[in-house]
Every structure is written in C-alpha cells, then in structure tokens.
Design a binder for this molecule. Structure first.
Ligand code: ADP
Ligand code: MG
Length: 260
C-alpha cells in the first residue's frame, strides 16, 4: 500500500553574520519502508532517531531532500500528485498529544465533523449522524458531542482524536506515539481500540513509537531506526525473540518488565 524509497531529509543548520548554511542535520538518511495493505508496520527507535520526520514526509508536512513516497503504485512525493489522488483524505493521522491536536475552542461535534466538511457535502443532519456513529464506535456517547476538549481525560481525548482520524473513511493511518502520553491501563484500551478499528475498516497503520512493549502488541513487522537509518527489520516475533543489531538488543533490554 505504501512505499518509502531511499528517503532523505536533511535540515540545514544556519549561522554566522550572513545566516549561511553551515552544516546539516541528517534527520533521515536513506530509509526504505514497505507497508502491506491491512497490516501494521511498527517503526521504533529512541527519541531523535528520525521517526517523526519520516511520518511528516509521508503526510506531506515536510519535504523530502531525496527519495520517493509511493502510495498504491502512484508517486505522491509531490503535492500536486497528492491532491489529484485525494491522498489527504485517504491518509490520516493520530498524534501523541490529543490536547494540542484538538482545537480547544471547538465542540467535539465540530472537531470530528471538520474533516467531513473538507471532503464531502453532507447535510447537518447526516453529519450529526456520522459523528454520533463514530463516537459510539470509539466507546463514547451522544453527551460528548457538545462538550469541549478540556472536559475530557487524556484517554477520552485520544478516542476523540481517533474518531476524527477515521471520519473520512481513510485507508491508511499514521500513528505517531499515540499512547505515549497515557498511563498503562489507558494505553492498553487505546491500542485495543486501534486494533478493533483496523479490523472493522480494513485499515493499514504505520505505528511509530519508542515503546517496544506497545509496538510488540500491535505490529506485524517492526523496523528499528537509529540516527536516521533503519538498522533492523523483521517480523515482530523475530525482532522480539532474536534481535540481531546491537542497538535493537539495547532497546529490548531497556524495556520495563511489566510482570512483577
Ligand atoms: P523522533 O521522532 O525519532 O524523536 P525526529 O524525527 O523528531 O525524531 O527528529 C530527528 C532529528 O531531526 C532530531 O535530531 C531533530 O532535532 C531534528 N529535527 C527535527 N525537525 C527539525 C527541523 N524542523 N529543523 C531542524 N532539525 C530538525
Ligand atoms: Mg517523534
């Protein structure tokens, strides 16, 4: 469904009197990813390894220095191609911090309905129906519709963010640390919700996290990122049971042990 080919993102470091380019941050330096339809591809690595930058290029929020993004066999690296293919409707995102990704001045009904108004021409009545249907799917009720984001807990806000992500009936969702701001039991609920939705709507996920325990639970394959490069790729079982790269071994050994 999605291919990232030899992706490079180099950020210039400027300085001096003329603000000239002194050097570059090699945030992503030659990454290849191949995600099969209906599967979850886990991308792990410590903070600063370049995971979010990969995600931003996939979403079109950041420009690639080099390389291609191929979606359903079409090159979507350039903005014009993404527009033509309704890519921005097909590909949605869920972020770590639902508080800052939900507009604090809007009611939940308007937050979830906003992507609909961008892509479809639904009547007010039908919009309301769709929003309610989605709230129910993510385990919330009608009373949530007329409240504001601050009136909810972190876990509930993430559910609202998830409802907003699936409202346009996308095929592909990028999840960037979607549970990292939540406590352990809420994390598990949100992960289970993501798994249920994947089945219900045949979604494909690119799931970014620094938390191997979470990725192990949801991903089919895991790629390990280290300083802008992928250092290891395998099925979840391979990576968890028989890691090859020294950095993957280190990530595994630093995993908190849940069972006391
Ligand atoms: P991760 O998501 O794995 O924590 P990021 O993709 O956010 O990592 O960052 C990778 C590297 O790129 C880091 O060194 C970060 O400081 C740098 N970086 C990210 N965004 C920018 C930017 N807009 N300008 C310059 N450097 C950036
Ligand atoms: Mg990140």
């Amino acid at each position: 469904m999605l291919k990232v080919e030899n992706l490079k993102v180099h950020y210039p470091i400027r300085g001096g009197f003329f603000n000239t380019i002194k050097d570059h941050v090699y945030a992503v330096d030659g990454v290849d990813i191949e995600i099969e339809s209906g599967k979850t591809y886990g991308l792990i690595g410590e903070s600063g390894s370049g995971k979010t930058t990969v995600g931003k290029v996939v979403l079109g929020l950041e420009k690639a220095t080099d390389g291609q993004i191929i979606y359903k066999e079409e090159d979507v690296t350039e903005k014009a191609a993404r527009k033509k293919l309704k890519y921005n409707r097909d590909v949605q995102m869920i972020f770590q911090d639902a508080m800052s990704s939900l507009n604090p001045k809007k009611r939940i009904i308007d937050i979830i309905a906003e992507p609909i108004s961008n892509f479809e021409n639904l009547s007010e009545e039908d919009t309301k129906k769709r929003v309610l249907e989605l709230l129910n799917i993510v385990g919330m009720g009608e009373e949530a519709m007329y409240k504001y984001p601050f009136e909810f807990s972190g876990g509930q806000r993430q559910r609202i963010g998830i409802a907003r992500a699936v409202v346009t009936r996308p095929d592909f969702i990028l999840c960037d640390e979607p549970t990292s701001a939540l406590d352990a039991s809420t994390q598990a609920q949100v992960i289970n919700l993501l798994k249920d939705l994947q089945e219900k709507f045949s979604l494909t996920y690119l799931f970014i996290s620094h938390n191997l325990g979470v990725v192990e639970y949801i991903a089919d394959r895991i790629a390990v990122m280290y300083r802008g490069n992928l250092v290891e790729l395998g099925t979840t079982a391979q990576i968890m049971k028989n890691p090859q790269h020294v950095y993957t071994k280190r990530l595994l050994s630093s995993m908190p042990i849940i069972d006391p």
